[in-house]
Ligand binder design. Structure first.
Ligand SMILES: Nc1ncnc2c1ncn2[C@@H]1O[C@H](COP(=O)(O)OP(=O)(O)O)[C@@H](O)[C@H]1O
Ligand code: SF4
Ligand SMILES: [Mg+2]
Length: 324
């Protein structure tokens, strides 16, 4: 049974809000995304900045309301239909750990306050004594100590702040942790420590993860399966090891080719694709063709006129490309 199943999820944003803004100009941030995450599984969403990863994650906890599609939790809970109270309970099970702890941790609060503030509004609140004990226990699990409860987030290093952020996510004993670029801002050595901590927590608590990263190498290390996203669509999905050995989609190959020490299929080196500085240009209209056609060296007439369907190239290996 899938812990969470996402089917044909869609979200578009109004490009220019305002009275005189041209009507009906949209950014198609998430454009028909489907995936599942099993119990105790880590599913990775990978892609360059601007391709819709954070929007997908926020849709999962209904920080944004979707424009289409369905999110099912444990087969029978339709997340889109949850009322306020049920939604609050669901959000105790599915926790979002933010990308940037420097901004998401209030610097004026003590670590105890940061950790307990979510709990106070939850079904688990039993008073300060219990909360303090739980917070102290979770802090030591993430490699900090009970004496850190009275300190302020600003007194900690970037890596330690990320540990506080993870502790806050864990305090409600969630089943699914959404980690949105949680190691992206850290030095490589600190990244390794945080990833090891997450692996450790995963096995100890039987957690599932939606692990978001722009770095395919980081995701390959941490995840069981990976979905590669481009301009709001999942272009390829496969077990992490298979993706590493046998990437099929031109975009996945581009991502691998830009990661030192990792290559795609192991075949002859491909002509490098033009890499991108900054954000992926997002889809502004419901374009008829393949979302990657503008950057793809294999793009043909067909690719601009019609959208490739997702096909299963091998068991569990999905790809959306006419040329595969
Ligand atoms: N609140 C928003 N309002 C308008 N556009 C947004 C909003 N959030 C994201 N977008 C746009 O949607 C696209 C996907 O963004 P995002 O989900 O943040 O991508 P990623 O996390 O992969 O970098 C981008 O073009 C971004 O500019
Ligand atoms: S469908 Fe065409 S444009 Fe799209 S990735 Fe495949 S070859 Fe490239
Ligand atoms: Mg993001």
């Amino acid at each position: 049974m899938a812990l969470i199943a996402v089917k044909d999820l869609r979200k578009r944003f109004n490009l220019e809000a305002g009275f005189f803004a041209p009507f009906g100009r949209f950014v198609y941030a998430v454009n028909g995304v489907s995936f599942t995450i099993a119990e105790n599984e880590s599913y990775g969403l990978v892609g360059e900045s601007g391709c819709g990863k954070t929007t997908t994650a926020r849709l999962l906890v209904r920080m944004y309301e979707s424009d289409g599609g369905k999110i099912l939790y444990r087969d029978d809970t339709d997340v889109g239909a949850l009322k306020v109270r049920e939604l609050a309970l669901y959000r105790e099970k599915v926790k979002y750990v933010f990308q940037d702890p420097a901004r998401s941790l209030n610097p004026r609060m003590s670590v105890y306050k940061v950790l307990s503030s979510g709990m106070r509004r939850s079904s688990r609140w039993k008073g300060h004594k219990e909360a303090r004990e739980a917070a102290a226990a979770i802090l030591s699990e993430v490699g900090l100590s009970a004496s850190d409860l009275e300190r302020r987030p600003a007194e900690f290093s970037g890596g330690q702040r990320q540990r506080i952020s993870i502790a806050r996510g864990l305090l409600m004993e969630p089943e699914l942790l959404i980690c949105d670029e949680v190691v992206s801002a850290l030095d490589v050595s600190i990244q390794g420590q945080i990833l090891k901590l997450l692996l450790d927590l995963r096995s100890r608590h039987r957690l599932s993860f939606l692990f978001i990263a722009h770095d395919l190498k980081v995701a390959s290390y941490f995840c069981d399966r990976i979905g590669v996203m481009y301009r709001g669509e999942i272009m390829e999905e496969a077990p992490a090891a298979e993706l590493h050995k046998k990437a099929l989609h031109p975009y996945t190959k581009l991502l691998f080719s830009s990661v030192p020490g990792l290559s795609g299929s192991g075949g002859p080196p491909q002509k490098p694709l033009p890499a991108l500085d900054g954000e992926v240009e997002s889809s502004l209209a419901e374009e008829p063709g393949c979302a990657f056609a503008g950057r793809c060296p294999l793009a043909a007439e067909l690719c601009r006129g019609a959208r490739p369907e997702t096909v299963e190239a091998a068991p569990g290996h999905l790809v959306r490309c006419f040329k595969v």
